[in-house]
Design a protein around this ligand. Structure first.
Ligand code: MF3
Ligand code: CO
Length: 255
């Protein structure tokens, strides 16, 4: 395993990549409306990414065909935008986006409800977000990586939710996916020790029902096996000698 420690110059670039991605999420979230197709969301997202002088990290990554992963309801992650998929009131829609700024990637996901959503959906979205913040409390120099995983899992499971195990967070930098892998479910081992200069994409994926997922025949879209809805919340985080720096928070989240 090779975990990269970013230099001061690289940290500046990661910060810039993170700030832009937060803006992309803000701008794209405003456009989300019932009646639009998931392909329209992707087109808009790509336009916004390029307007900031970035390229979409996901496009053509291992053959992924779009710039924004749009995952609706029982789709957990990696939904492929399509002109046939129309957003409807009550949908739970996750946007997962990566941008490449001057060779440095940032990666973040948000889940939105469209119009009036069920109370259980609203709570799932809110608690998935909170599970990230429970995990981040442990994202400090000297702690172990799996302290983060265990805190995310304990919080999410306290509501009876299923914590996805087949997909994990990851280190990030000049490559979208770097070591280490960052599980969201409980771990027996302690994992590596956190050091200043590590940049990590921490991304709980939480199901209303059971944790098991499967891949659809497009080989990308991950869905819950039991058909329950799922939420995703992800940020790119810098480990420092003090508080962790969350590089992809939106303006609203910073307040
Ligand atoms: N946030 C996801 C991840 O870290 C996005 C990857 S989608 C892909 O794995 F298309 F780029 F694979
Ligand atoms: Co990621």
């Amino acid at each position: 395993m090779s975990v990269t420690i970013k230099s001061a110059r690289e940290i500046e670039l990661m910060r810039a990549a993170g700030k832009i991605l937060a803006k992309v999420h803000e701008n794209l979230a405003k456009e989300l409306k019932e009646g639009m197709t998931t392909l329209e969301i992707d087109r808009l997202g790509e336009e916004i990414i390029r307007s900031y002088g970035c390229t979409p990290s996901f496009k053509n990554y291992n053959g992924y065909p779009a710039s924004v992963c749009v995952s609706v309801n029982d789709e957990v992650v990696h939904g492929i935008p399509s002109k046939k998929r129309r957003i409807r009131e009550g949908d739970v829609v996750s946007f997962d986006i990566g941008v490449n700024y001057k060779g440095y990637h940032s990666d973040a996901a948000r889940t939105h409800g469209v119009g009036e959503i069920s109370e259980e959906a609203r709570l799932l979205i809110e608690r998935t977000r909170q599970s990230f913040f429970e995990g981040i409390k442990y994202a400090r120099e000297g702690n172990h990586l799996h302290d983060i995983s265990n805190a995310i899992a304990a919080y999410a499971e306290s509501f009876g939710y299923g914590v996805v195990r087949d997909l994990v967070g990851h280190g990030i930098g000049t490559r979208l996916h770097e070591d280490p892998q960052i599980p969201n479910y409980a771990q027996k081992s302690r994992g590596l020790r956190l050091r200043p200069g590590m940049t990590l994409a921490i991304e709980p994926m939480i199901n209303l029902g059971r944790f098991e997922v499967e891949w659809k025949s497009d080989n990308w879209t991950v869905v819950t096996q039991d058909g329950s809805i799922s939420a995703h919340y992800e940020n790119t985080v810098l480990i420092t000698s003090g508080e962790p720096e969350i590089l992809t928070l939106t303006t609203a989240e910073l307040q």
